[in-house]
Design a protein around this ligand. Structure first.
Ligand code: NDP
Length: 477
């Protein structure tokens, strides 16, 4: 049984959302030259939170010129030690403003406050602290005795971890001595704009960080701009492919962090209760809007009934609802568009013959919601076993032998992450060797750390973010 909890909403009073925002270029919030306003809404209520600016080509050009000037005149001339001071300062301000940032993230993105407060924002600070430590030690990073920055980086990020993806992009770029123009996703611009204020608060020299809001066209104009030396993108494989094409033949360096369809492999000797928690965390963390979500569950046939029964029981205790309530496990789907995509793929799952199950749960009337869902009787050919659904939807498959588990896990066009649950250390190492995935978690799932590199194989992209490896994409050597 599950106990009833009294509502425990986090107060919104800590955030001060302005009615409208300009573009953050050269250290100031400026009016757009050729853009137009658009609204950002709370996906949990459809309430308009603020009006932001869609940057046009002239705005993009202005931002790139500001970043170039800042690179030539200031940032590339500073010592690593001085760059580190700014990064440490940013990290400390993120910590000081952590509650505000967490509430703002949950409002604009729809993710539970428990996650933005305990995962996203602490990791944002951790990334700035970590890369601050590298700024004066680049010659020891393993990329030659005197690695140099690339220049101006154009960075485009998605909506699933808005502030965390910003940190993954901006912290290593600045530590390595580059300046940046970052475009947040259309549906989640507010924490990037709050970060712009943090740059002001930290007295970061003007133009070192520029934040331009907008949609796909703004992103395209940024990555195609001839003044950009480095493109860093996280998002869908489709857009990643378009970006790779558009920069082919130029001198731009590119890193792409794209989709995934990770296998979470449960062996019969796995500690079942922990594994069930791992399955839950793997697919329902952040509503399943996670590129490394464990969205394909592979269970050894001998424990299938037990695992499934316990999984269903655990799913029945998940609380779906107000992202600002501290008891909420699953928040709102980020946008109407994403909800439509999840619904469509789930319908396809049923049409192709898989069996759909969700616990009884009441969804709020307004906003975008989808219940935690599993599909059983899924075969490898089903679209729900092959395509990234990017929602709280799990496809369950079975296997008999370790070799079959490996074959099924690797049978995907993606290769970002995988999970292995077993008591045997030797099997973990064997699996990690066999699995064609950038990250393999053993007896845990969706764990992130700034010291650990992250990135994919095949259609999951190329290049690594995080750790010492994350510096490489921002250095010429
Ligand atoms: P996109 O790949 O379209 O968006 C990622 C970022 O790129 C956004 O900032 C987007 O702007 C921008 N963008 C869009 N088109 C271009 C372009 N041609 N050139 C440069 N930048 C561009 O993802 P979506 O938000 O449309 O989501 C679609 C699907 O992608 C999801 O359903 C999910 O399956 C997958 N996805 C995967 C992610 C991952 O981390 N693996 C992250 C996000 C999505 P804008 O916000 O305005 O569209």
């Amino acid at each position: 049984m599950s106990f009833e909890y009294a509502p425990a909403p986090e107060s919104r009073a800590i955030v001060d959302i302005k009615s409208s925002y300009g573009l953050f270029i050269n250290g100031d919030f400026t009016e757009s030259q050729d853009g137009k306003p658009f609204k950002t809404v709370s996906p949990a209520s459809e309430e308009v939170l603020a009006e932001v600016t869609e940057a046009g080509p002239a705005d993009v050009d202005k931002a790139v010129r500001a970043a170039r000037r800042a690179y030539d005149r200031t940032w590339s001339k500073l010592s690593g030690r001085d760059r580190a001071k700014y990064l440490y300062r940013i990290a400390r301000i993120v910590q000081e403003r952590s509650r505000e940032l967490a509430v703002l993230e949950s409002l604009d993105n729809g993710k539970p406050i428990r996650e933005s407060r305990d995962v996203d924002v602490p990791l944002v600070a951790a990334h700035f602290f970590y890369y601050a430590g590298w700024a004066d030690k680049l010659e020891y990073a393993g990329f030659g005795p005197d690695p140099q920055p690339l220049g101006v980086a154009g960075q485009v990020i998605p909506w699933n971890f808005p502030l965390l993806m910003l940190a993954w992009k901006i912290a290593p770029a600045l530590a390595a001595g580059n300046t940046v123009i970052l475009k947040p996703a259309e549906t989640t611009p507010l924490t990037a704009l709050a970060f712009a204020e943090i740059c002001q608060q930290a007295d970061l020299p003007p133009g070192v960080v520029n934040i331009i809001t907008g949609a796909g066209d703004t992103g395209r104009a940024l990555v195609e701009h001839h003044g950009v030396d480095k493109v860093a993108f996280t998002g869908s494989t489709e857009v990643g492919r378009a970006i790779a094409k558009s920069v082919a033949g130029s001198n731009k360096k590119v890193t792409l962090e794209l989709g995934g369809k990770a296998a979470n492999v449960i062996f019969e000797d796995a500690p079942v209760d922990q594994a069930v928690e791992g399955i839950i965390n793997g697919i329902f963390f952040n509503q399943g809007h996670v590129c490394c979500a464990g969205s394909r569950l592979l269970v050894q046939e001998s424990v299938y009934d037990e695992v499934l029964a316990r999984l269903k029981r655990r799913m029945s205790t998940l609380r779906v609802g107000d992202p600002l309530d501290k008891n909420t496990d699953i928040g709102a789907i980020n946008s109407a568009m994403q909800l439509a995509k999840i619904r469509e793929l789930s319908q396809i799952g049923e049409d192709e013959g898989a069996e759909r199950w969700s616990p009884a749960c009441e969804l709020p009337e307004h906003g975008y919601w989808f219940p935690p869902t599993i599909f059983t009787g899924v075969s490898q050919a089903h679209r729900i076993a092959r395509e990234e659904i990017f929602g709280p939807v799990l496809s369950v498959l079975t296997f008999r032998t370790p070799a079959e588990a490996v074959e099924k896990a690797n049978n995907t066009p993606f290769g970002l992450s995988a999970g292995v649950w077993t008591e045997k250390g030797s099997r973990i190492l064997w699996m990690a060797n066999q699995l064609r995935a950038g990250v393999v978690w053993a007896n845990t799932c969706n764990r992130f750390d700034p010291t650990s590199p992250f990135g994919g194989y095949k259609e999951s992209g190329y290049g690594r973010e995080g750790g010492r490896h994350g510096l490489e994409g921002y250095l010429a050597h």
